[in-house]
Design a protein around this ligand. Structure first.
Ligand code: CTP
Ligand code: CA
Length: 225
């Protein structure tokens, strides 16, 4: 019998990954959300498993199968995603936030279905907790990787998020590039860390996920050597 040995550079490492959109209720039948497909986060989970990692996937509402071997926690709102992440992140080595978390939620969720009585409707929103910033601000945080989907000033905004959220790495993508990013099967990333950056060219999200994980592993090893 022939055994094919694979390199498993993430063996023994524990990863927590957020993926997909969050859904913020307005009333018992309505919510606000976004078009995130969850594909990038699920691709990273799948490749991390192949590289030997233990993977916990905290997923918003997406229509994707669980990568074999991943432990999956389904959530809807940003508050639920934060709670699930905080319950898992304590002993993790690497946290990768790919989720498109809704920045705001309705200040009040109506108990009953909102009726269309008035000609205009005004809703008040309050800011959601920043899950990634919360994790990166823990006393003994895992290696924290953020994503930044931007429509302008990609590099400047990504660098600002890297610094403001005290991240180890941020992967930025330009959502105006045709055929890439949200809901698509392909993407390109410009990845930044404190003293360096690299561009990962357009490619299927599965391949991009592997390239990104290799980069994360490289930086992680350097930080822990
Ligand atoms: N993020 C998070 N919790 C939030 C908002 C964002 O964990 N409430 C994470 C995302 O998963 C992503 C990173 O923070 O990894 C950057 O998200 P992004 O929406 O680009 O940045 P924001 O800080 O929300 O700022 P803005 O939307 O104004 O650009
Ligand atoms: Ca945001």
């Amino acid at each position: 019998m022939t055994y094919i040995s694979r390199e498993q550079p993430l063996a023994g490492k524990s990863l927590v990954i957020t993926a997909g959109p969050t859904r913020e209720s307005l009333d018992p039948v309505r919510f606000i959300s976004n078009h995130s497909s969850g594909k990038m986060g699920f691709a990273i989970a799948q490749q991390a498993l192949a590289l030997g990692a233990k993977v916990t996937l905290v997923a918003g509402p997406v229509n994707l199968p669980t990568p074999v071997g991943a432990s999956r926690i389904n959530v809807e709102s940003a508050d639920q995603m934060l709670e699930a992440v905080m319950s898992q992140v304590a002993n993790s080595d690497i946290f990768i936030a790919t989720a498109a978390v809704a920045d705001y939620r309705a200040s009040d969720i109506a108990d009953n279905k909102i009726k269309k009585n008035a000609d205009t409707l005004t809703l008040t929103f309050v800011k959601n907790p920043d899950i990634l910033k919360t994790v990166a601000g823990l006393p003994n945080p895992p290696f924290c990787v953020g994503f930044a989907a931007e429509s302008q000033n990609v590099e400047a905004y990504a660098q600002k998020k890297l610094a403001d959220k005290k991240l180890d790495m941020i992967a930025a993508n330009d959502i105006t590039r045709a055929g890439l990013g949200f809901n698509s099967d392909a993407n390109a990333l410009h990845v930044f860390w404190k003293d360096g950056s690299v561009e990962l060219p357009p490619q299927p999200k599965t391949e991009l996920a592997l390239a990104l994980l290799n980069l994360i592993n490289e930086r992680y090893q350097l930080q822990h050597s």
